[in-house]
Design a protein around this ligand. Structure first.
Ligand SMILES: C[S@@+](CC[C@H](N)C(=O)[O-])C[C@H]1O[C@@H](n2cnc3c(N)ncnc32)[C@H](O)[C@@H]1O
Length: 297
């Protein structure tokens, strides 16, 4: 066992801390790996970093050595108590006992300054809701370098027309670009997870080329409704997505006609399946649906 691994093991044992599955507690056991994640995040001496899930501090310490300041969020009161008793975190680390999913990103910006830089060995238990939180707060974030279960990273960086391509891929592509950095084996953690992990950097400054204005809420609704039934054709799901204010049963035909028009106006084959459509196709579709909605008023 590495020195880091022995440290994690002993720290947990001596403080009656059992790794909690519900908090996704798989602690890093190699210092070099933690340092590689900091390098992947391109952390510089002037950076203020937001770390999600401080744990025993495996990533926090190299982050604190490389950055100006680290605001570390941790949900587990046992771990927070451990750091308070040990006083082991450097002075430029502020430990915040809070569930990151409940945190207000505007308040985090007030603490950390504009353009958040986030690093995390992300607890697997929150990876999906956390990604959607990042998407919703994209305008406040510069980059997020995060470690995820490989299958989640595969979904976020999936190519069009593959089984992994879906709602998270498209919504993330609408605000950012994704770059895969490292693949880590289960032996990098204590306790060992069952699957490989991947570190990705999500760059919120390198989002898609300007597509012109479109209704983002409508775009999201269309993406979610079509992928809800990913085996069906887009004309099928779009006609049932309550887009055109036609609710009477007998007006099924009208819904289908309007959906057909929106799709052909957007240059999309009505018989297409959602996984064959690019982010830019969904944007064009949202623009055409909005135009028809306005005409119908
Ligand atoms: C995978 S461990 C990583 C710990 C440490 N950074 C490391 O690399 O060894 C995830 C950490 O996130 C914490 N955590 C889990 N859910 C959280 C949440 N919703 N908000 C803040 N921290 C959370 C866990 O208690 C745990 O310490």
């Amino acid at each position: 066992m590495s020195r880091y691994g022995r440290f994690a093991h002993d720290a947990l044992k001596n403080n009656q801390l059992t790794p909690k599955k519900r908090f996704g507690q798989n602690f890093l056991v190699h210092r070099e790996t933690a340092e590689a994640i900091v390098r992947a995040g391109k952390v510089t001496a002037s950076d203020t970093i937001v770390e999600v899930g401080v744990g025993l501090g495996a990533l926090t310490l190299p982050l604190a050595a490389a950055a100006n300041h680290v605001y570390g969020y941790e949900i587990d009161s046992g771990i927070v108590r451990f750091h308070e008793q040990q006083k082991d975190l450097p002075e430029n680390v502020t430990l915040i006992h809070q569930d990151i999913l409940k945190a207000d990103f505007n308040e985090i910006v007030q603490k950390c300054g504009a353009g958040l830089k986030i690093l995390a060995n992300l607890p697997y238990s929150i990876s999906n809701p956390f990604i959607f939180k990042l998407i919703d707060n994209a305008h406040l974030i510069k980059s997020a370098t995060i470690m995820l279960q490989k299958e989640v990273a595969d979904r976020l960086s999936a190519e069009v027309n593959t089984k992994d391509y879906g709602v998270p891929t498209i919504l993330l592509a609408s605000v950012a670009t994704v770059d895969r950095k490292l693949t880590l084996k289960p032996a990098e953690f204590h306790p060992r997870p069952k699957v490989d992990s991947v570190v990705i950097t999500i760059d919120f400054t390198g989002g898609p080329k300007q597509t012109g204005p479109y209704d983002y809420t409508l775009f999201k609704h269309i993406v979610r409704s079509t992928f809800n039934q990913r085996r069906k054709t887009v004309i099928n799901t779009l006609s049932r997505a309550n887009l055109f204010g036609v609710t009477h049963k007998e007006d099924k035909k009208t819904n289908k006609e309007l959906a057909h028009r929106a799709l052909t106006d957007a240059g999309i084959a009505p018989s297409a399946r959602p996984e064959t459509l690019l982010f830019s196709d969904f944007v064009r579709l949202a623009v055409c649906v909005e135009k028809l909605q306005k005409e119908a008023k």
